[in-house]
Design a binder for this molecule. Sequence first.
Ligand code: G3I
Length: 498
Amino acid sequence: MRRLWCVWTLWATGCGQALGKRAPDDVPLRALADKAGLVVGAAVSWEPLQQDPGYAALAARHFHVLTPENALKWAPIEHTEGARDTRRIDDIARFAARNGQSLRGHTLVWDLEIPSWVDTADAHALDAALVSHMRATLSENRGRVGVWDVVNEALADDGQRAPTVLHNALGEPHIAQAFRLARAEDPDAKLFYNDYGVLWPGPKADGLLRLVDSLQAQDVPIDGVGLQSHVHLVPEGRLDHAGIRANLKRLGERGLELHLSEVDVRVADLAGGHTGRLLAQAQAVYGLVDACLDEPACTTVTFWGISDRYSWVDRTIGPDDPLLWDDDLVPKPALFAVQDALRGKPWRGCSDSLLDGSFEAGAAGFSSTGGRASVERGGTSEGRHRLVVTDRTEAWHGPQVDASEWLAEGLDYRISAKVKVPKGAPVNATLRIEDAAGTRYVSVAAAQGTGAWQALSGVVALDLHAPVGSVHWYVEGPPPGQDIELDGVVATVACPSG
Ligand code: G3I
């Protein structure tokens, strides 16, 4: 997997000292979460926990609670009728105990993990097998599992009960019966309903509310709801953060504890550069953690994995980078976004520049679209270096930088610069985009030259179409023969205010 680009590894390793405003920060997430009053967790997989020391170290260091990704599901435990195999969950439980961590039990009742030997056509047989499995699992894990996803994914996208094997065979009551059985078998565990596609308002979220209201009206012992939060940053690449907050609020008003229980953010099909895609992911993760912090009922954020190297997404959907550490277990911008949120700080992507436009250490990747570009000492308002483009024979000749790596759809960007051109000359900042939709030009900023140093800044929301060939930011405008001077170029994600 590609190594991280220098800009963010400055956030992890301090490379690119010219940009490095932040020392490497390996503080345990659980320590930051303790101060923020949040529980932070991760799903863990048995194999890498045994075989990958780097993964195991991250699992031990950063999380209060571990969710066995598969080891507590019915089919893996009772692969053969009557022969329960709890070796994996026992290993994970020992690992958690060694590291002062609790377990989040996932999941007792789920249609997709019924062992193949169960005769699902015979409702009585299915019910008997399920009850036996639940009783055994609750008993085996009593005292080491603090929260159970009792029932997982029983709703359809339209908010109605999903026509699952369990629903078709056992009917609506099977959900309430499962919660009552769980309470009876383990009175100390918190009992949750868990589902996906219920994070922001919509038919399924409304169906979840109806389910919760129905269970509460029957005095079913439900303590909370897990909103899985598998986010797919499709072309818009934007989460409805206001909608998410409103949705959390209305669930919290029912007295339920809320967990963001399976957070991952898929970015592979976002058009743009790798850096940009991971910035979109970081902004989304920041918004989710921040929303949970701001909702009193939301107590826990659990990520559905630790490293991209072992994500279910790659195995099930295709290559992607949905988690906080990359394939090489190197921290990603999303991890730093979690740190920023837990520290109660704005997301750093809103202020840290994505390029070095100071020219103090040379041209820093800048060139010219025509004419001759050179870095000259002094001459700026602060006596700093500046980039000068001379010998311009076309109005569009000027300083440029390749922005392909750090621009991606789904984000707004603020690109600011200081320019110096002759008084009265037009001067524009432009993006040249070459992608699947062809070549086009997007104006970032336009001004009239003053003959002195002046600001040339603007915000752009990119509409890119994969595959993206290249995106360049450049300054143009003055007539041929006139020089363009450039300094202080800063590119950040343009974050919504407030
Ligand atoms: O370990 C066996 C391996 O020995 C065997 O060779 C291989 C052959 O298919 O299967 C392996 O088990 C797979 C297991 O993941 C471990 O990789 C199962 O087939 C596969 O079905 C299982 O998928 C899991 C999936 O739930 C279904 O249980 C994913 O890892 C897991 O991330 C995913 O997690 C779900 C949550 O439980 C509920 N919410 C959605 C979330 C994502 O789908």
